[in-house]
Design a protein. Structure first.
Lengths: 130, 130
DNA sequence: GTAGCTGCAAACCTTTTGCGCGAAC
DNA sequence: GTTCGCGCAAAAGGTTTGCAGCTAC
């Protein structure tokens, strides 16, 4: 088992994410820190962001691959956190949400509701560790 | 203005997405069609998927870049469809959703609610075309 | 001293794009 | 015949990884 050590870089990266209001990407964190840490490397930013996300110290949004769907009416999806499979979900999609007052001057055009979970196949393989 | 022409490939790509239960990625569509269309190119798949998504004939899920957030409790996000900016939204996140019977043997671990819209800055630039 | 972490660079994967040829109209 | 779409290949992001040296313990 790996024991995690203290690292100056990791703390700075964490602070940069915490300080930013814009839910930064790895690239954005990298550029924000470059002025004060000119030798920082993008690989280190990625490594630490993912490490902290796995620890639960940060939250990560979205997946890297675009998926397409021929079912046009908005509906709810569920994605397996093990194998990445995406399925439709028999759960209500509430279009009324789009009309709630979001304030702040945003014009809402729709929303995406994606559940995360373990699909039957993956659950059967390793029922324990979630 | 471009006038869209009929294309064998586009129809096959559309059928492949429609036939698939798994919300395929471009790569998956490409591999599914290769046996029957050995000369098909991945670039063509991407071009047609995006074209059809823009037409509204298909639906596209997710964005390409990972974003990180230091706010740990689950909450709702809103993303600008013009500039890609992500912000927190003062709208209820309902953890109870995770306990609704999803059926089908899935074990739900959480959910992600992301609104799409136009941020104040982008809305000010081009109020018209959404 | 040992193992984890870093910077660097190369590799990888997904997606986009330029170009000349073939297809739809 | 004129445009648009295709296959091909190269390029362009974004992300991961191998390695040798450095750092926390």
């Amino acid at each position: 088992m790996k024991v995690q050590r203290f690292s100056q870089q990791r703390e700075r990266i964490y602070e940069a994410v915490r300080a930013s209001m814009e839910h930064p990407s790895a690239q954005m964190v990298y550029e924000a820190l470059r002025p004060e840490m000119p030798r920082l490397s993008l690989g280190t930013v990625y490594r630490n962001l993912h490490q902290m996300a796995q620890e639960g110290r940060l939250r990560e949004l979205e997946g890297p691959v675009a998926r397409f769907d021929a079912v046009l009416p908005p509906h709810t999806h569920i994605r397996c956190i093990r194998c990445g499979q995406v399925a439709d979900l028999a759960l209500p999609y509430d279009p009324a949400l789009d009309w709630e007052p979001a304030g702040d001057g945003w014009a809402i055009t729709g929303h995406e509701l994606v559940f995360n979970g373990v699909c039957p196949a993956c659950g059967a393989e390793q029922p324990s560790e979630i």
